[in-house]
Write a protein that binds this ligand. Structure first.
Ligand code: MN
Length: 258
């Protein structure tokens, strides 16, 4: 039988329609359980940022195993639980940046505010923490040389507001050592743009308190227990070897201009 071009097109269209209809029917006919099993794990708006260096980059001061657990397990869990909480309040659209979310906890629905404070704080704090550390320079600077350019505004502020870099280290070590339980010791810019050292419990962020965090030392046991066991003071002493002062100094300069 001779088919015209028009007839052939008709046949093709009908076949395509049938296939689409069948496709729809097929999807609808799938049981909800099967669909759920096939669905990927829920992901939310927030993502775990990759470490900005290798896991062993901070050796021996912070060991690779601690970095794996700290980043891949602890930080990842904060992100996952934050997203999980946000999924429970679909009408609330969180800001794109976790810092903005944490800065304004009052805007977060009551039902998830505590979870967002804890898990969102954990995400914000750790995201900053990784950036404020770096591999120890291979050629050590002479001991008399400051890790911060002495003529910089940041160096001057450390002198004026904190009493110098040595004082800053002693003060953070003392406050971090005294902090009972889990939390962070912070170097922040306070509301008056003065450098201040303070501690906050758990994953509370300085941002929620009206401060701008420049550098925090995580003194949760998960940050040091594998290598330093119960000796938190040794961990705090070692961390100065891997602090990225350039990053913190730039962060300070940017915040002062804002
Ligand atoms: Mn931590």
């Amino acid at each position: 039988m001779l088919t015209t071009r028009r007839q052939a097109l008709k046949t093709l269209t009908a076949a395509a329609f049938a296939s689409t209809a069948f496709g729809r029917f097929h999807v609808l006919a799938e049981t909800p359980a099967a669909a759920a099993a096939a669905a990927p794990a829920p992901t939310g708006p927030f993502k775990l940022p990759p470490l900005p260096y290798a896991y062993d980059a901070l050796e021996p001061d912070i060991d690779a195993e601690t970095m794996h657990l700290h980043h891949d397990k602890h930080h990842a869990a904060y992100v996952a639980k934050l997203n999980e909480a946000l999924a429970k309040e679909p009408t609330f659209t969180p800001p794109a940046y976790v810092d903005d979310l944490i800065k304004n906890l009052a805007a977060v629905p009551d039902s998830i505010r505590t979870v967002v404070r804890n898990q969102g704080g954990g995400h914000a704090n750790h995201s900053l923490f990784w950036q404020t550390l770096r591999a120890k320079p291979t050629s050590a600077p002479p001991v008399f040389q400051s890790p911060i350019p002495l003529d910089s505004a940041f160096s001057k502020a450390i002198k004026d507001d904190v009493g110098g870099l040595d004082k800053l280290k002693t003060e953070m070590a003392e406050q971090g050592g005294k902090l009972f339980g889990s939390g962070w010791v912070w170097l922040v810019l306070d509301g008056g743009k003065k450098l201040t050292i303070l501690t906050l419990p758990n994953q509370d962020s300085p941002l929620s308190e009206g401060h701008y965090p420049l550098f925090g030392i995580d003194v949760w046991e998960h940050a040091y227990y594998l290598k330093y066991h119960n000796v938190r003071a040794d961990y705090i002493k070692a961390i100065w070897n891997v602090v990225n002062w350039d990053f913190i100094s730039d962060r300070y300069a940017a915040a002062m201009k804002a």
